[in-house]
Design a protein around this ligand. Structure first.
Ligand SMILES: Nc1ncnc2c1ncn2[C@@H]1O[C@H](COP(=O)(O)OP(=O)(O)O)[C@@H](O)[C@H]1O
Ligand SMILES: [Mg+2]
Length: 1038
């Protein structure tokens, strides 16, 4: 949206440029620098006239603007015009004062320095208009905030108020400024107008009591009468008709068609309320204005002594009322003078003349000081009171050079002021510029110009100048008159080339100079001044008596204007001339400190008529404004110059070599820079410390490039800054994350610490418990014990024996031995029970046999253990193994058990294969079909075996039983089984005897044999030399 608008604007400008470029061909040149015959005054004049005839009132000389007063509305100050000129380099558009204003404003904004727009030209040339237009331009185009709107409005509205009180119609100008005005517009760093300050210079007070034919008093009087409300006028005791007032009607043109007092009154009424004037202020202010009018109408009389008298008319009453002083006191002060002797004050009546003089002095003083008060009041309303740094653009609109038919002290001052301003212009442009070229070593052909310093000196030089002579004459004792002043002038400066009097002029000039007159050859022309009133106006005497009265005034404005302190100060205040000289010098100091832009105003004719171009008049102005010299300097010179450092500093970004820093000397940097951006050799010159650029065009191109570059740089800065911001955010987040992490780790660590602490506590307790484990249960070991128990019990489940034979049992800790034992028992019992339950009858019988075996052999005979898990067989012989004959023999007995055996003969110990068959009643040793030996159990004395691993079994029989053959010595493989079966069948206790070493057996009555049991490397049974049966068995590994 914005760019589109900008595009339209640019297009508009382009069209405008094209049209004006073609127009320019027709209507002269818009910059005098482009004039071919630039040394010719006529060509200059022609160009100006040509353009003026086409209503082109502005023309440049370089950056200086020449303006010709059109005396008509041209429609070139519209809002769209302002927008057109805003932010556009001024060569791009036709000349305009907006371009000058915009340029100054933009320079101020970019370089943050103070600027000054100096508008000069003679009275009626359009200075005040120009300054108003510039102010409006700033008010319009500057950025604005709501809060500063008020400041801006006040700045704008202060103007009509000041004009009402300080401007008047003169022969030259219907709105002639009768005071000098210097106004600072203050801008803040963003270029927003934030306030202002006004300095006023020498208001032409004499106008209050006297003005020439065809002129008027200050506008305010007429505006008040014309526009003031009925009540207000009644309150002030005024009539509407200005012609009724002597002070207003001397020029015979109180009513002027070109001036609309009624409208102006409305404007200032509005302005007053905008710039902080209270009702009370206005009452007092208009009271003063009205009392001045009443003062003018006082009727004087003369008494018989020739002294002035004033009848108590209603004027006196009104003045007394409005100024708040007693009428009688006022009357006395107007008609008497107080003369102070050493001892007393004496009242001395005044002559009519002196009394009128006193009255006029009072009117002037009251008006003059009220004007100063007004300026101060406006200042207090528009000044920006903040202590921030501000830059200013100064606008100087001061009374222009004036030549009337009769020129008095005022014209003398005004023209002196113009001389000074011309001096400034010369100093800052022509002279300074040429001096600069010389200093910078730029080739230069000096251009001659008239330096008016000589005239300034003539007026202001100390002790020698006209002002000093006037002052001397004023304070000189003895009768000093205007004529004696003239004589003094002749005596002291008579020889000066720019001064002439009637006496000093030759016969030719004599006619044109009056007796009381002197001529000054101003830079702008010759002016003849009449010395009449010089002394009086320079003294500006207000009788002390009147001052005293005014000091007692109840009117608060007057009270501020006339301070009692002033009465007490007996020192003579400086004269008007000297004051003016001093204030001018301080003004020049203000002006010199700022970057100036110039607007030179030209008046095209004396009749205030549009479209009338008086060649003679304009040519004269061209001459004295020094425009030709200016053009010549411009043509030969350079539009722009800048110290290398500053130039480089501003534009260094345009060349990669100089950006961002240039290390070498600035001059070389600048050279490199301008080569890079393509300056042609005729475009510039390099001085000692500065670069000089000949045409604005080159500079504007550079400025434009810089503008473009700035955007790039800004983008870069923005990017960097954004990066910075992002990084900052990132770092912040990272820090936050780290913090979180740290805290979280802290939390974890604390948890871990707690856990370890807990662990330590537990371990410690554990250790303590362990140490105290043997003590009776106490807090120290309680938990440990519980733990051990629990642990043991829990562990135990993995070690529980699964069968009765499993003897494994988890070794209990000391404290649990008892419990463990109980448990073990429980467990065993349970196992046994389970085991028992699971046992069949058959197996039970078998087990019972084993029990018997255990009872017999347990721990007594080697090899027992090995056989434990070998189940006993029912019999080792089947039915078939036993001979049927044998079976027949013992058929009445049931065979319980049978086993093959080896029988050793009792005598020879010969080994023979036999069967041992056990029945319920007896044991039979069977040889195939024969029963070799039957041993009834009742006769069985015992059964012997050895304690070794042999299978020898001896059945002992009682010798008493004859039938018996003696003890049977047998050997069988399953000895434990066979013996057990036998023992169980015998049913006698302790029948089995396990012997060690040897055993005796019965062979026959009275005869016994011996069996020796031994261990040896191999099993052997043999009859030894002693006739004993020796049984060697292998020692079994246990
Ligand atoms: N740019 C202008 N356009 C139209 N009229 C102008 C212009 N400048 C001056 N005038 C007319 O000329 C008169 C005198 O101008 P002014 O600025 O008061 O002169 P100065 O201040 O130089 O004595 C104004 O009252 C106005 O009528
Ligand atoms: Mg003016």
């Amino acid at each position: 949206m914005g760019s589109k608008k900008e595009e339209v604007r640019r297009k508009h400008i382009r069209l405008h440029m094209e049209s004006t470029l073609t127009a320019r061909d027709k209507v002269g040149v818009q910059d005098f620098v482009l004039l071919d015959a630039y040394t010719s005054e006529s060509a200059f004049l022609d160009n100006l006239r040509k353009r003026f005839s086409q209503n082109l009132i502005y023309t440049y000389i370089g950056t200086l603007l020449v303006s010709v007063n059109p005396y008509q509305e041209l429609g070139i100050y519209t809002l769209s015009q302002m927008e057109l000129y805003e932010k556009v380099n001024f060569f791009e558009l036709p000349p305009h004062l907006y371009a000058i204003a915009d340029n100054a404003y933009r320079m101020m904004c970019s370089e943050l320095n103070n600027h000054l727009i100096l508008i000069s030209g003679e009275s009626g040339a359009g200075k005040t208009e120009a300054s108003k237009k510039i102010l409006q331009y700033f008010a319009m185009i500057c950025p604005m905030t709501d809060s500063l709107q008020i400041a801006r409005d006040r700045l704008l509205l202060s103007n009509p108020v000041l004009e009402a009180f300080g401007n008047a119609k003169t022969c030259r100008n219907d709105n002639s400024s009768r005071f000098g005005k210097y106004m600072d517009i203050q801008f803040d760093f963003q270029g927003i107008p934030v306030g202002g300050h006004i300095i006023s210079y020498l208001i032409e007070k004499s106008r209050v009591v006297y003005h020439n034919q065809g002129e008027r008093n200050f506008h305010i009087f007429y505006q008040l009468l014309e526009g003031g409300e009925e009540e207000l006028l009644a309150y002030l005791g005024l009539e509407r008709d200005p012609r009724l007032y002597k002070y207003l009607s001397q020029g015979h043109c109180a009513k002027e068609s070109s001036i609309n007092d009624k409208n102006d009154w409305k404007t200032i009424s509005n302005a007053f309320s905008a710039i902080d004037f209270t009702e009370r202020d206005l009452e007092n202010l208009f009271g003063i204005i009205a009392s001045v009018l009443h003062l003018g109408n006082i009727c004087f009389g003369v008494n018989h002594q020739g002294c002035a008298t004033i009848p108590v008319t209603h004027e006196i009453k009104w003045i007394a009322k409005l100024l708040g002083v007693p009428p009688s006191v006022l009357l006395e002060a107007l008609t008497h003078r107080k003369i102070e002797t050493q001892t007393e004050e004496v009242l001395c009546p005044l002559t009519l003349e002196l009394s009128v003089f006193a009255r006029d002095a009072m009117a002037k003083a009251v008006y003059g000081r009220t004007f100063t008060w007004l300026v101060n009041k406006i200042n207090s309303s528009i000044v920006n009171k903040e202590f921030t740094k501000k830059t200013v653009i100064g606008l100087l609109d001061i009374y222009g050079f004036e030549v009337f038919d009769k020129n008095g002290f005022e014209q003398f001052c005004i023209n002196y002021c113009n001389e000074k301003l011309q001096q400034l212009l010369i100093e800052s442009t022509l002279k300074a510029e040429q001096a600069e070229y010389e200093m910078e070593g730029i080739e230069w052909e000096p251009i001659h110009y008239f330096n008016n310093k000589i005239i300034c000196d003539l007026v202001e030089e100390r002790h020698k100048g006209i002002i000093s002579i006037l002052d001397e004459e004023c304070i000189r004792p003895g009768p000093a008159t205007d004529l004696s002043f003239l004589e003094k002038l002749e005596e002291k400066v008579g020889k000066h080339a720019h001064f002439r009097t009637r006496r000093l002029a030759g016969p030719k000039g004599r006619k044109r100079i009056g007796l009381m007159e002197f001529q000054l050859f101003h830079y702008a022309g010759v002016v003849t001044y009449c010395t009449k009133g010089f002394l009086e106006k320079n003294n500006d005497i207000l009788y002390r008596h009147l001052k005293e009265v005014l000091c007692t005034s109840k009117n608060s404005i007057l009270k501020e204007c006339f301070l009692v302190a002033e009465l007490q100060n007996r020192r003579r205040s400086p004269t008007v001339g000297t004051q003016f000289k001093n204030s001018l010098n301080s003004l020049l100091e203000i002006l010199i400190s700022k970057e100036p832009s110039y607007i030179r105003c030209i008046k095209p004719n004396e009749r205030k008529e549009p479209s009338r171009f008086d060649d003679f008049l304009v040519r004269h102005q061209i001459k004295y404004l020094g425009l030709m010299e200016h053009l010549r300097v411009r043509r030969a010179g350079f539009a722009y110059r800048r110290k290398y450092e500053h130039f480089l500093h501003r534009y260094k970004s345009l060349c990669p070599d100089t950006w961002p820093h240039w290390q070498g000397p600035p001059a070389e940097g600048v050279e490199r820079l301008i080569k890079y951006i393509g300056y042609k050799s005729e475009d510039y010159k390099l001085g000692r410390t500065k670069i000089f650029i000949r045409f604005p065009r080159a500079l504007f191109a550079t400025e434009e490039a810089f503008e473009f570059r700035k955007h790039q740089l800004v983008a870069k800065i923005q990017a960097t800054y954004r990066g910075c911001l992002e990084r900052r955010v990132y770092v912040k987040k990272r820090q936050a994350a780290i913090k979180l992490e740290t805290h979280w780790r802290g939390v974890l660590a604390r948890k871990e610490m707690e856990r370890r602490k807990w662990a330590v506590r537990i371990i410690r307790k554990f250790i303590k418990g362990f140490i105290n484990r043997h003590r009776p249960l106490c807090p120290d070991n309680e938990e440990f014990v519980v733990f051990v128990r629990k642990k043991y019990i829990l562990n135990l489940r993995y070690y529980i024996p699964t069968n009765v034979l499993d003897r494994n049992w988890l070794v209990p800790p000391g404290i649990l031995e008892n419990a463990s034992y109980l448990l073990w028992k429980l467990c065993r019992r349970n196992l046994v029970r389970k085991y028992c339950r699971g046992i069949t009858a058959e197996r039970k019988a078998l087990m019972q046999q084993k029990v018997v075996t255990s009872a017999i052999f347990g721990g007594k005979k080697e090899g027992y253990g090995k056989t434990l898990n070998q189940p006993f067989a029912n019999s080792r012989l089947d039915e078939g193994d036993i001979n049927p004959k044998v079976l027949q023999l013992i058929s009445n007995e049931k065979i319980q058990y049978g086993i093959p055996v080896i029988k050793y003969d009792r005598k020879g110990f010969k080994a023979r294969q036999r069967q041992l068959i056990l029945t319920q009643k007896a044991a039979y040793v069977v040889k195939l079909t024969k029963i070799k030996q039957k041993i009834e159990y009742s006769t069985l004395k015992g059964v012997s075996t050895s304690n070794l691993s042999d299978g020898i079994l001896v059945l002992h029989v009682s010798p008493e039983v004859n039938k018996q053959k003696g003890d049977a010595v047998l050997q069988c493989e399953h000895i434990f089984e066979a013996v057990t079966k036998l023992a169980m069948l015998v049913k006698k206790e302790n029948i089995v005897n396990v012997v060690q070493g040897r055993l005796q057996f019965y062979i026959s009555p009275g005869k016994e044999g011996t069996i020796v049991f031994k261990t040896g490397p191999e099993e052997r049974i043999y009859k030894d030399k002693n006739g004993q049966l020796t049984v060697v068995s292998v020692r079994m590994k246990s």
